[in-house]
Design a protein around this ligand. Structure first.
Ligand code: AMP
Length: 415
């Protein structure tokens, strides 16, 4: 028997329903804030991610599923979606007439990581990207939208962490000083961080290794390196978050793992998932459009990890938020035509309807409906057919009523 590849999972039954529910809730919320759907290919040129995400990030250095296609092109399964959305936006040319664009996406991503709970090689994100404006009220609203998603999903115990990692110039100076400080402790750093020291020292800041954490405590902090504009921007963001009533924690060591971020970054974390506690990650990436398309268009985005969110959403929410009316039709050979007519009307009324393809006795059909979890059956015997009526039977208490189909349908439409 074949099994899925390591770090990749099938999702069926409740898991699949939960995944759909989370995406439906997100897309409803994102639309309320003016975002529209975007689809991009899962396979892209490897170079897009090298340039977009950064040559020296863990994602590009160690984790990409990259290979040559049959035409000898170097291609990769996308390890993240922002670079693809930026590429699509630039390709569309729409930025020439109106740079403002707000899009949301969902789909699988691939990273060759060491699998564990909450960390997979194939995982899904739901994310948004917002191009065209650098504005602290807009950014606060985007963070509020992420919080809104978690609250709607009834996830309560989370923490919003924010930081400003400065402009690229601010970071250059900061990285020099950070490298100098960390070099003094090189021997004591974890093996991973030793490797990061030369190429990506910022990553050492959010290392989970206890030795690294101790060294990082006294490392220089980025907030001392922010230029005046970024300092003001950061305090504007914070006062707008206050106005939205959003609680946040400033974490000067929050840097995010992908190179394209600058200025505001944020994460929403939980302590309910052990080491894989980041549910949502995002921030500004004002230089990425320049790197990929030579245009100066500011941008901000975030991504929600779907699998991690699924681990926190209560199973009961799936049923509680499902308001589809579910009906099982009970009939016999003589009333088959009437049943098919009723079926059509109910499906038009957006009900979920099933019936037995080989109907036995009414009581056998009702038993089957009960077993399948239906709470309401409609019985269609000869008498009902002649009078254009239906019998609605409620399986919870076995009560029943006889009404016309039209009466029943108008009740559904009034719901
Ligand atoms: P990133 O694209 O690394 O900023 O990650 C954004 C979000 O995607 C994280 O906060 C996680 O919720 C989720 N995520 C990232 N990597 C993985 C993974 N390997 N497995 C499952 N979820 C992930």
């Amino acid at each position: 028997m074949f099994e899925p590849l390591r770090g990749m999972n099938d999702k069926m039954g409740l898991q699949a329903k939960k995944m759909d529910l989370i995406f439906e809730i997100c897309s409803e919320i994102f639309k309320q804030y003016g975002f529209e759907r975007i689809y991009t290919p899962i396979l892209e040129q490897t170079e897009l991610f090298k340039r977009g995400v950064g040559d020296y990030t863990d994602v590009v250095l160690k984790e990409m599923y990259d290979f040559q296609d049959k035409g000898g092109r170097s291609v990769s399964l996308r390890p993240e979606a922002t670079a693809s959305v930026v590429r699509a936006y630039l390709n569309s040319g729409r930025h020439k007439s109106n740079p403002s664009y707000k899009a949301y996406y969902t789909g699988p991503l691939y990273r060759y990581e060491a699998p564990q709970k909450g960390r997979y090689r194939e995982f899904n994100q739901i994310g948004i990207e917002c191009f065209g404006l650098k504005n602290a009220l807009q950014d606060a609203q985007i963070i509020e939208m992420a919080v809104n998603v978690l609250k709607t999903l009834e996830i309560e115990d989370f923490k919003l962490e924010i930081n400003n990692i400065g402009s690229f110039e601010d970071r250059k100076k900061y990285i020099e000083d950070l490298k100098m400080y960390l070099s003094k402790y090189e021997d004591k750093l974890s093996e991973d961080s030793k490797k990061r020291l030369a190429k990506n020292p910022l990553r050492i800041l959010d290392s989970k290794d206890l030795k690294d954490i101790e060294i990082v405590k006294n490392a220089p902090k980025i907030n001392k390196y922010l230029n005046e504009q970024e300092q003001e921007y950061y305090s504007n963001l914070k006062s707008n978050l206050d106005l939205f009533g959003i609680k946040y924690y400033e974490n000067p060591n929050l840097v995010r793992g992908l190179d394209y971020y600058s200025s505001i970054v944020f994460e929403i974390t939980t302590d309910k998932l052990g080491a894989q506690g980041t549910l949502i990650g995002g921030g500004r990436y004002d230089r990425l459009l320049n790197i990929l398309g030579n245009v100066d268009i500011p941008a901000i985005g975030f991504a929600i990890g779907l699998e991690r969110t699924m681990l926190l959403v209560d199973d009961s929410l799936v049923e509680r938020l499902d308001n589809t009316k579910k009906i099982y039709l009970v009939y016999n050979d003589n009333t088959k035509e009437y049943m098919l007519r009723v079926l059509k009307d109910l499906r038009e009324a957006m009900c979920q309807v099933e019936f037995d393809f080989n109907p036995k006795s009414f009581s056998a059909q009702i038993k089957k409906a009960d077993k399948l979890g239906y709470k309401e059956v409609i019985i269609l015997g000869e008498n009902e057919m002649q009078e254009e009526k239906i019998i609605v039977k409620y399986l919870i208490n076995s009560s029943q009523e006889e009404i016309t189909l039209n009466e029943y349908l108008s009740k559904i439409y009034d719901l």
